[in-house]
Design a protein around this ligand. Structure first.
Ligand code: UFG
Length: 335
């Protein structure tokens, strides 16, 4: 059975493809290469020792998606393709709504056409907004603080409506917390193309001497050390969660949301300390003003994924730091 992976050359997509192949699935990757390069295909093949099918597809072009479904016998889809920068979404909301909504609507239309009704959808913990008290459970009221988050929330709602109207559909909404780390081989990780927004890419730049200092946004939050707390999760745990979600949608119908985190929170400062200890690298930092829109504490309740997907994160924060650093050193000067 062939699984279509959209955005399969991105950070989460590429690691998920590796895990799918390891579990014996056939994969077809589509990606428009806007935030990735074709080289990731080689990297996936190096890691898995298998050939993968890749087609460059712009998902705003429905005909291009249809061609893929004509060419391959797709049984289920894992949909990662989409823009993901919060800051960029605030500056260019139309771009975000256009890209994230229309590409998904095109995909769903084509899936309907070909009677493919199993979907694992890449959502985000951002749909919990900033008012709920952690640990966050899947049944909390939802709201999103920026256009990126709202595009995810709208898509979750669209998918719920679709499943409501078509009871044979099966959809898993994957609400990611803070994915970091890299494949343990050092061959696959997050490609540092853009100016980073997230914490770990900044830590790596400082540790490698490319940036002088890490700026920590806020040191006066009501937490033990004053910095924000996040539920960091290893990218390979996240990838494995998708394989379990795929099994779930194959065996059930309906629409279910799943938190994909560890259930454990670490502060920004404790991530830094752990990184320094396990890598032996210094990460100079300064504490500056709070970043607008940051929530103080984000931690997943992971019971539902454990019970219904039979999945639980295995990697520790130390592994996430070591693997991120190994990856970053291997691509230094590469991009
Ligand atoms: N941080 C710094 N300095 C930096 C970068 C980040 O101090 O240079 C801090 C942030 O203020 C925050 C923490 O590190 O306290 C984590 O920040 P990230 O940007 O890495 O992650 P966020 O939790 O803000 O955002 C992540 C995803 C979003 C998603 C959101 C909610 O990147 O896509 O979780 O689920 F919307």
């Amino acid at each position: 059975m062939t699984i279509l992976v959209t955005g399969g050359l991105g950070f989460i997509g590429s690691h998920t493809v590796v895990e799918l192949i390891n579990q014996g699935h056939e994969c077809v990757i589509i990606d428009n290469l806007s935030k990735s390069t074709i080289d990731v295909v080689n990297r996936i093949e190096m890691v898995t020792h298998k050939k993968v099918s890749f087609i460059k597809v712009e998902m705003l072009d429905k005909t291009a998606i249809r061609k893929v479904f004509q060419q391959f016998s797709i049984s289920a889809v894992i949909h990662f393709a989409g823009y993901k920068s919060v800051g960029e979404s605030v500056k260019q909301p139309l771009l975000y709504y256009q890209n994230n909504l229309f590409s998904t609507l095109n995909l769903l239309d084509v899936m309907q056409e070909f009677a493919v009704k199993k979907l694992v959808f890449s959502s985000s913990a951002t749909v919990y907004g900033d008012t709920s008290i952690p640990p966050l459970t899947e049944n909390l009221p939802l709201s999103a603080p920026n256009p990126y988050g709202r595009s995810k929330l709208m898509l979750e709602e669209i998918l719920r409506d679709l499943v409501e109207a078509n009871t044979e559909w099966s959809v898993a909404l994957m609400r990611y917390f803070n994915p970091i780390g890299a494949h343990t081989s050092g061959l696959l990780g997050e490609m540092p193309y853009d100016t980073p927004n997230n914490l770990m890419p900044h830590v790596l730049k400082v540790a490698s001497g490319e940036s002088a200092k890490l700026q920590i946004f806020g040191g006066d939050y009501e937490t033990l050390d004053g910095s924000c707390i996040r539920d960091f999760i290893h990218i390979m745990d996240l990838a494995k969660g998708h394989v379990k979600a795929l099994q779930y949608v194959e065996q059930h119908t309906g629409c279910e949301a799943f938190n994909i985190g560890t259930g454990v929170g670490y502060s920004v400062l404790s991530l830094l300390r752990t990184f320094e200890i396990v890598t032996g690298e210094k990460v100079p930092y300064e504490i500056i003003n709070r970043r607008e829109g940051d929530i103080v504490i984000s931690i997943a309740d992971v019971q539902k994924a454990e019970n219904m997907l039979n999945w639980k994160a295995q990697y520790q924060l130390e592994d996430m730091c070591v693997d991120s650093w190994r990856w970053y050193q291997s691509i230094k000067g590469y991009v």
